[in-house]
Design a protein around this ligand. Structure first.
Ligand code: SF4
Length: 255
């Protein structure tokens, strides 16, 4: 019998989750609790029911899908992929990789390009298994401070730094994109640490995202409180981008 994973969404024709046209598979369950998370329905690894009082309807976040069902969704658009393919995102897609390795094998047999979007707050063996199949990696760079990582993200920065070191040692850095969710509080106020990090590892590209206070409705439906963040100004974001570009030839894009 085919194994199952909990999927929150499958987005076809995505242009923002790696190169080319991609199908992005969002898996439910995460190893972090970022207070700015725009997809809070992806944090818990369980199917969550909700009642939408505004529209007087019931709904559910997440559904179990078999490997066959996901495979069929992904290969459906193979003809459009060209240099695109499939991206596994979440949540944290590497947490469940043992459950869907068979899917990765089948996608490889079909020559479908595979990307993982990950926080890298996972056991090293999960990352190493992903790298057996990955054509590219999108890796988040969140908070570069030990105490804040523990108190804000509820995890251990050593785990991330250790995985990053291994990743850049064993995987082609020209296939790694680093994504930074930019806040005044954690990033702009500490920008030199981020610049040093990028200078050290020189990934293919850095993508900068402002925290936008998105996902309010989903927080409401889940009965969770949403944290609000002051948006980074355009000039501070530009300064940060210029600093990053001054230390290496990595392309820096902002969204
Ligand atoms: S890693 Fe992503 S999905 Fe997980 S809590 Fe943070 S922002 Fe949300």
């Amino acid at each position: 019998m085919s194994s199952k994973v909990i999927v929150s969404n499958i987005q076809r024709f995505s242009l923002t989750d790696g190169d080319g046209i991609r199908t992005t598979v969002f898996l439910k369950g995460c190893s972090l609790k970022c207070p700015w998370c725009a997809n809070p329905e992806n944090i818990n690894h369980s199917i969550e029911k909700y009642h939408d009082a505004d529209n007087n309807k019931d709904g559910v976040f997440g559904r179990e899908m078999t490997i066959d069902e996901i495979y069929n969704e992904v290969v459906k658009d193979k003809v459009y992929y060209d240099n695109g393919g499939v991206t596994f995102s979440g949540g944290e897609p590497l947490l469940w990789i043992n459950e869907y390795e068979e899917l990765l094998k089948r996608l490889k047999d079909e020559n479908i390009n595979i990307c993982f979007e990950t926080s890298l707050f996972v056991k090293k063996e999960y990352m190493e298994l992903a790298l057996k199949y990955a054509d590219s990696m999108i890796v988040d760079l969140k908070i570069l401070d030990f105490d804040l990582t523990k108190n804000v993200l509820m995890n251990n920065l050593n785990l991330y730094l250790d995985n990053i070191e291994t990743l850049f040692n064993i995987f082609d850095s020209s296939k790694i994109v680093i994504r930074i969710p930019v806040s005044n509080e954690y990033v702009i106020s500490n920008s030199d640490k981020y610049v040093d990090f990028i200078k050290k590892y020189t990934p293919k590209r850095v993508e900068l995202f402002k925290l936008h206070n998105l996902g309010e409705k989903k927080y409401l439906l889940l009965g969770l409180k949403m944290n609000k963040y002051e948006e980074v100004s355009d000039s501070d974001l530009d300064d940060f981008k210029n600093k990053l570009e001054s230390v290496c030839e990595t392309a820096v894009l902002k969204f």
